[in-house]
Design a protein around this ligand. Structure first.
Ligand code: PXP
Length: 261
């Protein structure tokens, strides 16, 4: 049914461990340890670990990044703002991928996608430096055709679509908005894959919202954090990630026409 040029049979799960560090930092000290969470996430079915080193270091620290790089086997996706400081850190550690995100000090979390259209020139120069070091570069953008075109134009390997507006529409019970947000994500996933970009998605995903996104065949990876860490308070990290993994696998299998039992 779908005329997609790229269909991924398997959907990777990147677990974002930032908020394990948020809890640790509330008291100082070392507990709970985000690196321990990363090991557990991998055991529970995560294919990669994601961490956002913010300029204000409100959760993940420089030492966390160094330990993740030396202690975990799964690929690290380092989320970061496009600054000189972050470039130096990325080139020092050479993670598997860097996801460039917009960042402002006052925001509670990443609020919107990067504006690859207006930042084109700076992005292009920045991306080259990361790619020359063998780091894959992902841009966190809103599902928007102009942003996709600009991302391909500046040499990004990957786009990660902001799923926040879709998830918020579900939470608000906004029945008129949900289908259009889903359509927008689906159309953009097809367009991005067609232009040669690897397609990821994330932000705000939960057990209730993941299946629709997981069923989009062009999407190769989902990055999920806050819900998993919050839900782990009630269900434990291993079982929470295991359930998310199963929901993703079932949705993808159904979309591929071979639903697992
Ligand atoms: N992807 C990006 C680029 C993000 O900035 C975040 C939040 O740090 C996520 C995914 C994960 O979002 P959430 O924590 O809401 O699952």
């Amino acid at each position: 049914m779908n005329a997609s040029p790229t269909k991924a049979p398997y959907l990777r799960l990147g677990v974002n461990i930032d908020h394990v560090a948020t809890i640790r930092n509330a008291r100082g000290g070392g507990h709970p340890d985000p690196v321990r969470a990363a090991h557990l996430a991998a055991e529970a079915g995560a294919d990669g670990i994601t961490a956002h080193l913010r300029e204000d270091r409100r959760h993940i620290s420089d030492e966390d990044i160094a330990r993740l790089m030396s202690e975990i086997e799964q690929p690290l996706n380092l989320e970061m703002a496009m600054t000189d400081e972050m470039l130096e850190i990325a080139l020092n550690h050479c993670p598997n991928a860097c996801c460039i995100v917009p960042e402002s000090r006052q925001e509670l979390t990443t609020e919107g996608g990067l504006d690859a259209v207006s930042m084109g020139k700076q992005l292009k120069a920045y991306i080259v430096k990361l790619k020359n070091a063998g780091i894959k570069v992902s841009l966190f953008i809103d599902p928007d055709m102009a942003q996709i075109e600009a991302s391909a134009g500046v040499g990004a390997d990957i786009v990660e679509f902001h799923t926040g507006p879709y998830c918020e529409a579900v939470i608000e019970g906004d029945r008129s908005k949900v289908p259009s947000e889903i359509d927008r994500l689906g159309e953009c996933a097809r367009a991005a894959a067609k232009s040669g970009l690897e397609v990821h998605a994330g932000h705000g995903l939960t057990f209730d919202t993941v299946d629709v996104v997981a069923a989009m065949p062009e999407i190769v990876e989902l990055n999920i954090g806050h819900f998993l860490i919050g839900e782990a308070i009630f269900g434990g990290l291993h079982s929470t990630i295991g359930r998310m993994r199963a929901l993703m696998d079932n949705a993808r299998a159904e979309a591929n026409g071979s639903a697992s039992a």
